[in-house]
Design a binder for this molecule. Sequence first.
Ligand code: SF4
Length: 495
Amino acid sequence: MNKNYFPDKPKCHCGVFGIYGSLNASLHTYYGLHALQHRGQEACGIVTKSINEKDHSVFNIHKGEGLVSEVFADSKIFKKELPGNSAIGHNRYSTTGSSQLRKNIQPFIVNYRLGNLGVAHNGNITNAKELREELVNEGAIFQTTSDTEVILHLIARSKLYNQIDQIKEALCRIEGAYCLTILTDNHLIAARDPYGFRPLSVGKLNNAFVVASETCAFDILQAKFVREVEPGEIVIIDEEVFETGEIKSQRINGTTSPQKHCIFEYIYFSRPDSFIFGHNVDKMRRRLGKILARKYPVADKDGEKVIVISVPDSSNTTALGYQTELEKQGIVSKPEIGLIRSHYIGRTFIQPGQEKREIGVRIKFNIVRGVLEGRTVVIVDDSIVRGTTSKQLINLIKEAGPKEIHLRISSSPIMHPCFYGMDFPSREELIANRYNGDIQKIKEYLEVDSLEYLTIDEMLEAVSEADPENFCTACFSGNYPTRIDTTFKKEIYEL
Ligand code: SF4
């Protein structure tokens, strides 16, 4: 089975959601996870907290492999298995075929000295390996290969007497990227790492409070956006919120780290209808397209209209920005839909072997010949990872007989792996790395008339109205903002 819908795109590991004070907590979490489906399609789960007949708090869980609509296909699950007025949920992406997949599906729950605890995590803990070794040496028994379990052990082994303090103590020990939703017997807690790599926001749904990786999860519920969880902040929501109307906030530690938002969230990963890192993703994606056109315009050699198309869906807004800017520069052009993407491929079976990727591209995309034939075509895409899918897509477009094909990429060449929760193939598989960043050689491989990428400075110019220093660009530059354990192996510590 092909579980990999975008064979040549980076994958984010996860999306998280949480709700406190709703009579339909599990159903609301289900809708929230639906909206966050793009952040992980391999597995998902929901944990709720309810009160039993003895007035004890009980944690309920339902999770499984597949899309949200598949795992929660039976509507009885919500009332029967997942009662309660608070919940957390998680969408997960993992490397395909992992035998550990089932065990690693989140949220994780434990019952320990101070009660129940459930955790859902988006990101990647960069010192998980050393923390895990230390915990194992002290006698901890791990149930999964996930880095997230390290957080649970650190909290459960804490000698402190208050769960919030225990969580803070645990978070002070972990490094890297994390956005967490944590459910205890009395609280919903949202925490974001001090660098703010991944997005996390708080919203309000009538009297209930919601937390989500992206604000598109609020829109589906008609919840109001309240604010983003600050980098290095823990937001605590409990019964007091209904008296005061205020959510409580604490710092994870006393120090402030430089902010390092993942620039890829703007370029490709977040949905364009989300608001993250202080801006609408749509706006940032258009700006990337505009700068791409300003720096690397394309004109037809015969003065005819240039056709601008996107690789749907993630590049749609960028292509609109690109075409708007071309017009502004006096280059006659037209935005067109030249590629039709099938939204119904699901888990289509793909024959293993030579043809695997080609048929994958054909299953996913088809060309609109009338739009492309005899035209100078600009294809706007957000990134090239291995290059194989881009090459097949270009071959597909060539079947329509365009005059010229120009490829414009709204990111820089990806040269390095990400250790903060985005999954790229190995360094050797990255096309930009294979060609030592030589764009001319990549152009020759792809067989296009021209190829241009944004430089790192141009990307930063597009997305950072305030301070370009506030973004992580490590997969392009190799400058990792945190200490990195280079011996980290995904196959051992499946994320
Ligand atoms: S390395 Fe790249 S993908 Fe990873 S957090 Fe940094 S910018 Fe984002």
